[in-house]
Structures are given as C-alpha cells and as structure tokens.
Design a binder for this molecule. Structure first.
Ligand code: MSS
Length: 366
C-alpha cells in the first residue's frame, strides 16, 4: 500500500506498509493491518507526538534517566535503575488517541482526521506507581490529581506552558498506573516514550506521558495549555475552557477490521466478520454484529486470550453474504452493562468518538 509521506527518522524502524503517515508526529495503523492476534506489533503501532521527539541520545544510558516525584511525604528524584528495584508488573492496555475516529465527524474538527488506527493493544512492564509512592512515604494531604510531565526540549521563544506536554488525571488512576520501561517485551522505543513512560490504563492516549521527567500529586490540574484548553469536550460553538470535561477514561468501543471494502467486491458466500472491542477501565462482556446497518444484531464470539480489563478483545462472527450492498457494524457492551452508543458526542476537538454507526463499513458482494 502506498504511503503518503516517508516515515520520520525516529520511527524509521516501523512498517511503512502498515501505516498511514499523516505528518512526522502522526502515524496511523491501517484498518486492514490489524490482524486477528490480540497484541499490536510494535512496528505497526500508531504514533502521536505533540512536540518533536527528543534526541535518540536519551536512550544511550537508560538506567540513568531520572524522574522527580512530588506530592509525596519524601519527594525526590529516582533513577530508572532504582525504579527497577521497587517492583515490576506487566499489564496489557489499549493505547488510543482521544482523537481516534475524528475523521468521521462531519463537522471536520481541526486535528488529524484519524479513522480507527490511532489505537493498539500493547503490553507494558514497569513499576506500579503505588510502590514508588509507598517508598517515598505516601501521598501528601490534598493530592487530588496525578500529574505527569513529558521530557521534551521545549521550543525557544514561546510560553513554555503553551507547549509543555503535561497532563493531570484523577488521583485514583494511581492504583493501576505504571512507570514503564518495556513495551511488547522490548526496551521502550523513543517513538513510544523511552526510556520511561507513565502508563495510565484505561485512560485516553494523551494521559500516557512519554519521556516522563516528573510525576506530581497535586491539588490542582496542570496549567499547561494541553490540559487547560486542549483535549476538552467543548460543546460545538463554545470555546475550550478548563471547566469542560477532559478526555480521561475511555468509553466502550468496537470496530470491524474485516472484511473491508478496500479490495473491491467480495464473493457471495461465507465471510468472517472480525474486529476489536474494549471497555476503557472495565473490560468487555460481549459484542454484537449487524450485517444490515443496525436493524438486527447477532452475538459475535470473543476470541483469543483475555488479557484483562484494559486490553481489547478480538471478536469474530461467520456470516453468509449474498449479492448486494451490506452495511456491517459492531456494538460492544462492557462488563458494567454500558452499551456502545449509536451516535458520537459532538464536540469542537473531535474527541472520544465511539459511535458504532460512524465505525460501520459498507461492503459490496458481487
Ligand atoms: N507524551 C509526551 N511526552 N509527548 C507527547 O507529545 N502525546 C500524547 C501521549 N503522550 C505525547 C505524550 C498523545 S496525544 C498520544 S495519543 C499518545 O502519547 C500517543 O502514544 P504513542 O506511543 O502511540 O505515540 Mo492523543 O490523545
């Protein structure tokens, strides 16, 4: 498949066939590239960098990387070498950009018009953040947010807060958060935040801070623009402001990865409808598939291993398709009984699109 632009140098090891290069900071996995295995291979995983990636030299001595922890009884800096002595856990999570599905908004919000491929399911290893907090004497009183700061070099001549990648999430997210140094069994790459990344399972991609330099337990949210005005669920016609909901926990969502219309008409007969489904922090109870644009639904089978509440599940349903045009859709239900919505929630930035109707695919059988 043709690429629109060459891969940027820091992600030059990625599979160009599997990716759509929107810009040097936005690489999307092709819908047709998601296979039927649960884990997204690292070389096919999407990339989103709001700032230019740091110099690759930050990976030369990974264990010397340090992170400052504040808002605990004994605040201080810890090296990655020291973090590795405080415990290790492995968690599979869906990493998804909050703008995934923006391309389906008829309002054409500004930002990358992602379809489904600003997402993947990957495995992280690192130290549980709660272990680090315990080692530093516990949280100080009044800690309401967990704030992570990215380690990029900031461009000169601009207000640092206008570009700094710093995000706050509710402090309860600490229970599941990791400071991760491995992804999919390999030392964390620069493209995905190496040497160290704050992973917040179940939360939208932007909250998973790469090259993390500082973790702070704060009483207020970060003043950085990416927190105060960016990534807010701003109603259409409004202005982004800090009182609007931020993009935090992901909602229940699924989409079909095959069959797709890309390769032209399908032959009449049996096809395997397959895709992925996830429930943010809650996991998936089931997925239904429709071959008539949502008029009727049938239960699909969840396939493959269940890697926990933060991972996605694969689903599949064999169906017979006769000659004609068919609208294939999927609709997931999470373990709390929340059903994937039919409609997107309109908002200025084109965030949080989980609409099953927007994610439907139309195939021709002839
Ligand atoms: N971090 C940092 N440091 N920087 C940047 O830029 N971005 C975000 C996250 N983190 C950043 C960070 C985003 S925005 C996202 S999605 C993510 O990341 C992605 O990831 P990867 O690995 O895939 O690239 Mo939207 O919501």
């Amino acid at each position: 498949a043709a690429v629109t632009k060459p891969l940027p140098a820091y992600a030059g090891w990625k599979s160009s066939d599997a990716l759509i290069v929107h810009s040097s900071g936005t690489l999307e996995t092709r819908r047709s590239a998601f296979g039927t295995s649960v884990i997204t291979p690292s070389n096919q995983l999407y990339v989103r960098n709001n700032l230019p990636a740091p110099d690759a030299a930050i990976l030369d001595n990974r264990d010397a990387w340090s992170v400052t922890v504040e808002g605990v009884k004994n605040p201080r800096s810890l090296t990655l070498a020291e973090l590795k002595t405080l415990g290790v856990e492995t968690v599979a999570t869906v990493l998804q950009c909050s703008g995934n599905g923006r391309g389906f908004f008829p309002s054409k919000p500004s930002g990358t018009p992602w379809s489904v491929g600003a997402a993947g399911c990957v495995v992280w290893s690192g130290v549980p953040l709660r272990n680090v907090v315990a080692a530093l004497g516990g949280l100080t009183d009044g800690a309401a947010y967990l704030t992570g700061t990215g380690g990029e070099k900031l461009p000169e001549g601009v207000d640092p807060l206008s570009v700094l990648v710093e995000r706050s999430v509710p402090v309860k997210a600490m229970d599941d958060a990791l400071l991760a140094w491995e992804m999919n069994g390999e030392p964390l790459s620069l493209a995905h935040g190496g040497p160290l990344r704050l992973v917040v399972p179940g939360y939208q991609g932007v909250n998973n801070i790469k090259y993390v330099k500082r973790v702070a337990f704060t009483s207020a949210q970060s003043q950085a623009r990416i927190m105060s005005h960016g990534y807010r669920m701003s109603p259409p016609g409004s202005k982004a402001s800090p009182d609007q909901p931020s993009v935090w926990e992901m909602g229940v969502k699924s989409w079909i990865n095959g069959p797709l219309p890309d390769k032209g008409a399908l032959k009449p007969g049996q096809v395997q409808v397959h895709g992925v489904a996830f429930g943010g922090t809650r996991g998936i109870k089931g997925v239904e598939v429709s071959v008539d644009g949502g008029k009727t639904w049938q239960a699909a089978k969840l396939i493959g291993p269940d890697l926990g509440p933060f991972a996605w599940r694969q689903f599949a349903l064999p169906v017979r398709l006769e000659a004609g045009t068919h609208v294939l859709a999927s609709r997931a239900t999470d373990t709390a009984g929340n059903v994937q919505a039919e409609q997107r929630e309109e908002n200025l930035g084109g965030y949080n699109n989980a609409s099953w109707r927007d994610h439907a695919v139309t195939v021709t059988v002839a």
